[in-house]
Design a protein around this ligand. Sequence first.
Ligand SMILES: [Mg+2]
Length: 300
Amino acid sequence: MEKLKSKFIGSLVGLALGDFLGAGGRRYTDDTAMMIGVAESLIESKGFNGENMAHIFVKNYENEPFRGYGPGPPRIFRMIKFGRKWNESLDKEFYPPDGSFGNGAAMRIAPVGLLYYDDLVKLREVAHRSSRITHSHPLGIEGAALEAYAVALAVKNEPKELDRYEFLKKLGDFVEVDLYREKLEVMKKLLKEGAGKAKVVRELGNGVEAFNSVPIAIYSFLANSSFETTLDYALNVSYGGDRDTISAMTSAIAGACYGIEDIPREWSDKLENKDYIVVLAEKLWETYLEVGSCHGGKAK
Ligand SMILES: [Mg+2]
């Protein structure tokens, strides 16, 4: 299979699989449901359209309200349904004063990292704007941008040539919030010393806040060297924390690096709606070839 296509499919199937296994292996949850919404909207609009994405979120939520959504999004969806604009900082009304810094924007961001993997300016812009539909706190938004960029870097890197310290350095150059830059420094130290899992959890966190989950997801990817060991590691360090989301964010990065061929079939064959997620990833890849590449034209 074409390498880039395999990476797109690996990332979205990976995300869903991490969510699915992290949630107990019966159903995937809101992480995958909302990632599907992001991908559907990027494909349908050939790029970002906030109004369209917000309404797809609402439609998907109404079709499948049982996906384990947190308390915030359904309230936002109701406001949008009754006419509120997508970028009116809705979450500030119930997470005052600055909105939510949970990982709800980061958990679904992988399609943005894929579509704009070679256009950093656009990646940041769309990561921020798509996050704003549900999250307006700078830490929630920056966490999503960081996760998107980690997915993008994973697309660009071949597993055998992956330089983990260079990967961290690039993330550090990209990120605009000190708290994340500090966590990237901690990750460098933990990698160097080959820290045990308990220490990793203690220093990076494994909770629902974006800054306590995006870093450990990136770290789980960097501390391993195959899709299988990466997801296994993520399921381990997120135990007792935000397991489905951390495993989803980790596997989205790992899948983007290793490609679909490296995801064990005995795992992916059990995944709910796998065929649809594969089709969606293929369409996102086609959208990239059409509009997503750096110079606006066909990719080479
Ligand atoms: Mg979830």
